[in-house]
Design a protein around this ligand. Structure first.
Ligand code: FE2
Length: 300
C-alpha cells in the first residue's frame, strides 16, 4: 500500500500560551507541555506539535512568523516505509523512528509507521426526513464539546514558479494520487490509504510559500457550526463563514490560528476510489456551493 494518513504536524510558534489556549478551545486532547513545547492529539491519535524553539533540526521556515514546519505521513508497513523513504530521500532518521526530508518548497516532510487506531468511531447523529425517519422519540440537544476526529487534510501555499516540481515530489516519490488538478489554482491529492477526495493541496494561487490551513474532520454538520461558534465565543477570529466547498463537497468553517494559517472544521467530505481518476479543470470551479447568507444584522 503506502501512505495511510497524516501522522503529525509541527508548527513553530512565538506564544505558546496563546497556542495552547487555541487548541484547547478547539477541542484537541493535550498530551504534554513544558516551557518550549506543547503536544496535542486528535481522536485518532495524530499529533500536533507546537514548538517555540527555532528547530534547527528542521528545514528553515518558508515564511516569517509562526508557521508549519513539517508534516509527517504514516505508512502501513516497515517495508513500505523503507521503500518510500528511499524514493523520497528521507535518509535522516530520528530516535522516534521518523525519516525526514524536505519538499521542493522547503517544508519538512517526514515518514513513519502509521499508528493503528482501534477506538470506536462515534455514529453520526440520526437525521429525519419524510420517508427516511431515523430518529423517533429522541430530541436533539447541543453536540457538547466538539472534539476533532482527525486532521483530514493540509493545504500549503507554494510559488507559481516551480509548481510542477513541487507537486511532482508528492505524486512521484511519495505516490500521492492527484484527484483534482485545478490549473489556475492548485492540485488536490490524496494518499493511497485514505478515501477522502483530498488529504493534501498545493495551492499556487497566492504565489508564495506558506501554510494555508489544516483541516479537522468533526462528527457532522452540527459540530462544524457549534465548534465554530465555540471558537468565536472564546474570542478567536473566524476566517471564513459557514459554507460547503465545491471541490470535495465538505461543509466548512475556518478560524484564524495563532500558529499560522487557519484551521478548518470540516464534515461530509466526498469519499472516492481509484475509479475517480484525475479530474483536470482548465478554470477554477467556484470556491463553494453555498455560504451562509443573512440580511439580518441585529444579532439574535
Ligand atoms: Fe480545506
Amino acid at each position: 500500500m503506502g501512505i495511510q494518513r497524516i501522522e503529525s504536524v509541527t508548527y513553530t510558534v512565538d506564544d505558546l500560551d496563546t497556542n495552547v489556549r487555541f487548541f484547547t478551545d478547539f477541542g484537541l486532547t493535550p498530551v504534554s507541555r513544558d516551557e518550549t513545547r506543547a503536544v496535542f492529539r486528535t481522536r485518532i491519535k495524530q499529533t500536533l506539535i507546537l514548538d517555540t524553539t527555532e528547530r534547527p533540526d528542521l528545514p528553515p521556515p518558508v515564511e516569517d512568523g509562526p508557521t508549519l514546519r513539517e508534516i509527517v505521513w504514516g505508512v502501513d508497513t516497515p517495508a513500505e516505509l523503507d521503500r518510500l523513504a528511499k524514493r523520497a530521500g528521507a535518509d535522516r532518521e530520528t530516535p522516534d523512528g521518523i525519516r525526514h526530508t524536505v519538499d521542493r518548497t522547503g517544508f519538512g516532510v517526514g515518514l513513519t509507521l502509521a499508528h493503528s487506531y482501534e477506538g470506536e468511531h462515534e455514529a453520526p447523529r440520526a437525521a429525519n426526513k419524510s420517508g427516511y425517519v431515523n430518529r423517533v422519540n429522541e430530541a436533539l440537544g447541543p453536540v457538547g464539546r466538539v472534539r476533532p476526529i482527525r486532521m483530514c487534510h493540509v493545504a500549503l501555499n507554494i510559488p507559481k514558479e516551480g509548481r510542477e516540481e513541487a507537486v511532482a515530489f508528492y505524486t512521484g516519490p511519495l505516490e500521492f494520487i492527484p484527484t483534482d488538478v485545478v490549473k489556475p489554482m492548485g492540485v488536490f491529492m490524496r494518499v493511497e490509504g485514505d478515501a477522502d477526495q483530498h488529504n493534501f493541496l498545493l495551492c499556487h494561487r497566492p504565489d508564495k510559500a506558506g501554510v494555508n490551513h489544516v483541516s479537522y474532520e468533526v462528527n457532522g454538520f452540527d459540530d462544524v457550526i457549534e465548534g465554530g461558534n465555540h471558537m468565536i465565543e472564546r474570542g478567536w477570529q473566524e476566517a471564513r463563514k459557514l459554507g460547503r466547498h465545491t471541490v470535495g463537497s465538505n461543509v466548512f468553517r475556518f478560524v484564524h490560528a495563532p500558529c499560522g494559517g487557519r484551521v478548518e472544521l470540516a464534515a461530509d467530505m466526498d469519499r472516492i476510489d481509484d475509479s475517480y481518476g484525475t479530474r483536470v479543470h482548465e478554470t477554477t470551479p467556484p470556491h463553494h456551493i453555498w455560504t451562509l447568507r443573512t440580511n439580518r444584522d441585529r444579532g439574535e
